[in-house]
Design a protein around this ligand. Structure first.
Ligand SMILES: Cc1cc2nc3c(=O)[nH]c(=O)nc-3n(C[C@H](O)[C@H](O)[C@H](O)COP(=O)(O)OP(=O)(O)OC[C@H]3O[C@@H](n4cnc5c(N)ncnc54)[C@H](O)[C@@H]3O)c2cc1C
Length: 82
């Protein structure tokens, strides 16, 4: 992956895709996340992500990909009861 130096990256949406995109911040000079809804302190359903109230599962390759960018996510989800 090439480095974008001092470029400014704007990520729209602070859900899974947005947070993973923002996690690659070392390729840019700065990353700004724009979220239309309030993001709660704790994990849980929220406005803007209506599918969050449904049961989800994360396959092994999925959590491995997430952990590569955001280490500790699996433990955090488990600790929060997800
Ligand atoms: C019923 C259901 C069940 C599912 N089950 C599974 C499952 O078991 N396993 C699985 O892996 N996937 C599952 N999915 C799919 C998964 O939920 C989605 O693929 C995933 O949530 C998409 O993540 P995302 O970050 O792209 O978007 P989202 O999670 O939809 O987040 C979008 C974000 O962008 C914000 N936003 C939207 N518009 C704007 C704007 N104009 N400006 C600023 N912010 C904005 C929203 O507020 C939100 O925070 C399921 C989906 C549904 C609907």
């Amino acid at each position: 992956m090439s480095r974008a130096g001092g470029s400014r990256v704007v990520v729209v949406g602070a859900s899974m895709a947005g947070m993973l995109a923002a996690a690659v911040k070392d390729v840019a000079g700065s990353v700004e996340i724009v979220e239309a809804h309030e993001v709660p302190e704790r994990l849980g359903p929220r406005t803007g992500v209506p599918q969050a109230v449904h049961i989800h599962f994360l396959q092994t390759a999925g959590i491995e990909a997430v952990e590569a960018l955001l280490p500790g996510t699996g433990d955090l989800l488990t600790a929060e009861g997800w």
